[in-house]
Design a protein around this ligand. Sequence first.
Ligand SMILES: [Fe+2]
Ligand SMILES: [Fe+2]
Length: 342
Amino acid sequence: MNQTAHIDSVEQLDQDMAGKNLSGYWRLGMEGLPNHPVTAVQPCLWKWQDVYDSLVRAGEVISLENSERRVVRLVNPGLDRKHAFATHTIQVSFQYVKPGENARAHRHTPAALRFVIQGNGAYTTVNGQQCVMEPGDLILTPKLTWHDHSNDGGAPIVWLDGLDFPLVTALHQVMQERFSERRQSIEKSSEAVMGQLGNSVRHGLPLAEFFHYKWRDTEPALRALTKTPAARDRFDGYLLEFRNPVTGGPTMTTIQCAVQLLPAKEETHSHRHTSTVMYHVFCGQGTTEIGEQRFNWQKGDTFVVPLWHPHRHLNSSSDDAILFSMSDAPALKALDLYREEI
Ligand SMILES: [Fe+2]
Ligand SMILES: [Fe+2]
């Protein structure tokens, strides 16, 4: 019997397995894993003037008759530009609707939130509920809720959009449907729903019916908080989270929204966490140190603090500064991946 001597090698094994859709653990380089999470998302600040100029120009060349939405996205320089996301979990963009315009009704699996920056006289309709949009208002369009935007006012409206689009994309769950009509008919107002909340909640109020946080309620609550020095958080100043009023849980399943006031001369302590946070400057000016970098911000600017980057906020001015923020912490907590270090 003729027997050929056979000497195997790693290279030969890898090659043979590749042809059978197999791969060895040794190919992953797992021995070199870091001892903390690492992200490609880079600290970055987007200036309001750049965003606003682009929106106004888009208002001249993009028609809502031909385009589903007139939106300018923030692109993180550390991520693949093709996907054009601000972070690996949250997409942030700005939307511009001119007087008389309507952004047609649709729904999708990515959940979205709207934080109104300027303009009056416009409204978003969410599952038949009319939410009149005023600066500082936060409006939710959770997963698969029908929504359309109409501007019946006399000036353009601008708001910030936050979506869990990158996360839903990573889970291969992205889909969108158009409503049968361009606009939904209005069945009730968000004011009527808000009237059933507060210190007591109407029995049986469906969870899915609450979509609107009014600035006229948020601001006094934030100001009242500043009257209680013990409420001052050493990492965030005076911070209010937008909770679901029915469950007490996060703003949405995947995103926690908050508003925080940094008093004049505030210098917060540094910390880091596994969540990534997007900040939008509602008013005032200041500086945020992220790792070795310093970002000076003012009203209208937006910036990102990537995960596990030490950061702290400074307000060296003589006026209060207010930041609106969106964090992916609820998604991380649901997966037992949230961690914080001082
Ligand atoms: Fe949408
Ligand atoms: Fe933080």
